[in-house]
Design a protein. Sequence first.
Length: 376
Amino acid sequence: MPHALTGARIFDGSRFLDGHAAILEAGRIAALVPERDLPADLGRERVEGLLAPGFVDVQVNGGGGVLFNDTRTPDGIRAIAAAHRRFGTTGLLPTFITDTRARMEEAVEAMREALRTGIPGVLGIHCEGPFINPERKGVHDPAHMRPIEEEDLRILTSLGTGRTLVTLAPEQVPMSAIRHLAAAGILVCAGHTKAGAGVIGKAFRNGLTGFTHLFNAMPPMAGREPGPVGAALEARDAFCGLIVDGHHVDDVSIRVAIRAKGADRIMLVSDAMPSVCTDLTTFALMGRTVTRANGRLTTAEGTLAGCDLDMASAVRNTAALGIPLGDALRMASLTPAAYLGLDRDLGRIAPGYRASLVLLDEALRVQRTWIDGVAD
């Protein structure tokens, strides 16, 4: 039966509304109307705080004690999605990092089953590597980095439903591979790369559309060598993931990127590891011990190893930098939904959109979520 959520301030994806109600029916937003215009016989549920579109995270390595690489099963995917739902993420791409071909295929098969059974919030898969540059490896294992081959292309284009995002280094693969992936509907991002702006330009022309964790695992922009960062900031239509955790990117660089690209092209990402939604102080990553301390995840050598970050914290951190709250919320919802081609379903509170929502308090902490109209 249709019912109305009343009492909250609403951010509909572009503006803030007071005194309005969202009417939910059959898992979607049926209407967004002034509360005074609600039919007297319509069921109502009063909520308090800020009601916003649920967050969409395109880079989630793990959560709830689970690493996708280690638990390549629908149950593992379910656990990761459930952990991040507590922090407002109602749509996500579990992310499989550089590993063997056999394990990559298992991850895709597990995602296919997860999508078939309708695990709440799961939108598809992100394969980050293994076709990346060892000189910009970050915490990825160079032993598993390799040239892309026909069998890899087959696996990466085999999901069938949902979204597939692939992060690669354009200088490490032939342009024909990027073209093949893009023609198959795969979203291709540059990451863990030292490609020059010229190579990035060729990759754009062959189907590249985004950048994974801008600034990280890339050389810095210089006057005569703009590199991937300069290419990303210059390309108006390219989408860029950005980690805002106080450790990966300096505040000044974050503000510069947002001013250059706009809130419609910067996507907040968590790059989350298994520590999120747990009290873990250490965990294993590809045979290495990662230590959690003061919101920072590092290997014994001091290398950053993903993030101890959730999307609600990313929104809070972004707003704390002086970025307008509406922009921070947009970068966590509508913008990543647009990159995934789902912005007619997700990222807005508007008639016809999926009722995937998050309720925040004054401190922007999550009080409740809805996925397709079902509350947690």
